[in-house]
Design a protein around this ligand. Structure first.
Ligand SMILES: Cc1cc2nc3c(=O)[nH]c(=O)nc-3n(C[C@H](O)[C@H](O)[C@H](O)COP(=O)(O)OP(=O)(O)OC[C@H]3O[C@@H](n4cnc5c(N)ncnc54)[C@H](O)[C@@H]3O)c2cc1C
Length: 595
């Protein structure tokens, strides 16, 4: 069994050399987050997550959360103590606004801390991720009173938050939801309806649970237009702002799942006692869907991060095994001695594929988070708008490309272990099982691909995509200046041509109203886009490593260049293999007899 070792040098390299932390730290309000201070903070965070949170990953998976006879969710042994330490540590609110007790760090630093949490223990991390979403929703859309009553406790993690959308008949189509909100004379509402699949919908770690619930007010129009958002506390606050009376809802059951066993996935019946659960409107009536997107966009980045986190963990685990497991002799070797499997080219291919994809995902995540900072804090309006659109474009790619890769990489992690990967005792299987939810929740990856093609690609008549392709193309010339990177340059140039071709083809289908042809190619297009972005960012990594930043050892930098080249020469060429699929259209899908 390997232990999680936070790759601190790698985190710092990507933050500084690819995501431009120095520039971010000069922005208004972030001056305390200079690279040296951030390195110290990450060092501390890494120690905490590796020593306090990760040891509960395996036991949490084995024990799982359960619902007791009183209807209270019980978390696995050790979670209560670790959660208390987590709240004391301040990590949950590291990038939340200082005015609510947060650390006020840039988002790009916050995501590194979240990544460590997820890598250490994905099931546990989900409690924090949804709480952060609740913080953002209340901060941006709540009333002043709501902010003063709830924000500090949510930021610190003393109370947790949920995101409560899904119903049996309303999954991808959230607009079909039926949960009702009835307005009361005092301005509050009573909520009635059953929600399913609610992550960390209840637990025994905090004094209160704050649900952000989507429901339909009386007389509201059908579809997403008629949805409003409500804050529904487990315990209604008394006149001192402390948890008081238990609200009228019940945890009906917990789902038995493939993975993330420690994360309680709840069926919640609001208004089960007949009175209706007390809820408070967040934002205006009928604006619920728009406001929920504040939570959902952040959560989509958070879920994308799970693909990266589990790939990192699976890679570390597989590498440890490959160094120890002795099996087979190298073909043509004179010695008859068996060798550790890490010496076989095919095992090296698997390990390097995991490593290179993980590094590429990390670059994409941090670069997306950088746009998340710049969309609020860049100096000019134009730059703020540019980064807002860039983040909107990258969000479905971060969510879907990275979570699909997470499943693929954790599967490779099992493959490196051979038969021992398929049995639970090595632990490799847990990463694979845990990773499988990420392409499903927070909008399935199919829905992300539709978002990319139908909403993001047409933004500004396609200019957001064409500007990005132009920016990526500039790196090709820089690669060509280095003899050992010319092959990478050629592959990146070809991949960018392929991306331009499919983007144009899809744009034309949308313009001519052949929407199904565009949708038939949406998922492979998203994969192509992610793969090319990975190529662009790994090229930047290689170039930055060539410049030899003095805080890194020559060995580390040589390894960065090797891994980047592997991505450029072995993985990036796959992107153009998708061009034919993307442009094949819908005919065969439409004519198939699927009955
Ligand atoms: C472990 C777990 C935790 C969860 N946590 C939460 C939570 O905290 N809060 C919450 O509100 N929800 C949560 N969910 C619900 C989750 O977000 C939904 O399961 C997800 O959005 C998909 O909805 P569905 O399951 O109804 O699938 P469906 O919507 O029925 O989709 C089934 C398939 O059809 C495809 N599909 C559906 N509609 C379309 C379309 N228009 N075009 C193309 N393809 C389509 C989908 O991509 C998918 O492949 C969770 C689910 C699980 C399993």
């Amino acid at each position: 069994m390997s232990r999680y070792v936070p790759p601190l040098e790698e985190h710092n390299f990507v933050l500084n050399q690819v995501a431009g932390l120095e520039e971010i730290s000069k922005l208004n309000g972030y001056q305390h987050a200079d690279p040296a201070t951030v390195a110290t903070i990450l060092d501390e965070a890494g120690r905490f997550f590796a020593e306090v949170i990760e040891p509960l990953n395996r036991s949490g998976d084995e024990e799982g959360s359960r619902l007791d006879e009183t209807g209270q969710v019980r978390t696995p042994a050790g979670f209560g103590d670790a959660y208390r330490k987590l709240v004391e540590s301040g990590w949950p609110g590291a990038h939340a606004p200082a005015e609510w007790g947060g650390g006020g760090l840039p988002y790009v630093v916050g995501v590194v801390i979240q990544e460590m949490f997820k890598t250490a223990n994905m099931a546990f991390s989900l409690a924090g991720m949804l709480t952060q979403g609740a913080v953002e929703a209340v901060h941006i859309h709540g009333t002043d009173e709501m902010r003063s009553l709830y924000l500090e406790k949510l930021v610190s993690g003393e109370w947790s938050g949920t995101m409560t959308l899904t119903e049996p008949e309303a999954g991808s189509d959230v607009g079909s939801l039926r949960t009702k909100a009835v307005r009361q004379d005092d301005g509050s509402y009573r909520i009635f309806g059953t929600k399913i699949f609610i992550t960390w919908g209840d637990q025994d770690l905090t004094d209160n649970v704050i649900h952000l619930v989507l429901a339909r007010t009386e007389g509201a129009p059908p579809g997403t237009r008629g949805i409003s958002m409500f804050l529904v506390p487990k315990f209604i606050l008394d006149e001192h702002g402390e948890p008081g009376e238990r609200n009228d809802y019940k945890i009906v059951s917990l789902e038995h799942k493939l993975g993330i066993h420690a994360s309680p996935t709840c069926v919640v019946a609001f208004g089960d006692g007949g009175e209706g659960a007390v809820g408070y409107l967040v934002g205006d009536e009928m604006e619920g869907m728009r406001n929920m997107f504040t939570m959902m966009n952040a959560a989509r980045i958070g879920v994308g991060m799970e693909g990266l986190a589990l790939s990192e963990r699976a890679y570390q685990h597989a590498l440890t095994y490959a160094l120890e497991r002795v099996q087979g002799r190298p073909i043509g070797a004179e010695s008859t001695e068996s060798v550790p499997i890490v010496e076989h080219p095919d095992v090296r291919r698997m390990l390097l594929t995991m490593k290179a994809n993980t590094e590429a995902m990390r670059c994409l995540l941090y670069v997306a988070a950088r746009s998340g900072d710049l969309m609020f804090h860049a100096e000019s309006d134009d730059e703020r708008e540019r980064h807002s659109k860039r983040l909107a474009l990258l969000t479905p790619i971060v969510k879907a490309w990275m979570t699909d890769l997470g499943v693929e990489m954790t599967s490779l992690g099992i493959q490196v272990h051979g038969g021992m990967g398929y049995v639970e005792e090595t632990g490799a299987a847990q990463y694979y099982r845990d990773s499988r939810i990420a392409p499903i929740y927070e909008g399935t990856n199919g829905i992300q691909a539709m978002d990319l093609v139908l909403r993001k690609l047409p933004t500004d008549n396609g200019a957001v995509v064409t500007d990005l392709i132009a920016e990526m193309s500039a790196v090709v010339f820089e690669l060509e200046e280095h003899d050992d990177l010319t092959r990478f340059a050629t592959e990146l140039a070809k991949a960018l041509e392929g991306l331009a071709e499919t983007s144009t083809w899809l744009g034309q289908r949308l313009s001519s109203g052949e929407i199904d042809d565009a949708l038939a190619g949406a998922t492979p297009y998203l994969t192509q886009f992610g793969t090319v972005l990975g190529g662009w960012l790994m090229a930047q990594s290689a170039l930055a490593a060539k410049a030899g930043p003095s805080e890194h050892s020559p060995e580390f930098l040589a390894e960065k260049i090797n891994t980047a080249r592997f991505y450029g020469e072995h993985l990036l060429p796959r992107a153009n293999g998708l061009v034919a699929t993307i442009t094949a259209g819908n005919d065969l899908l439409a004519s198939a007899t699927l009955s």
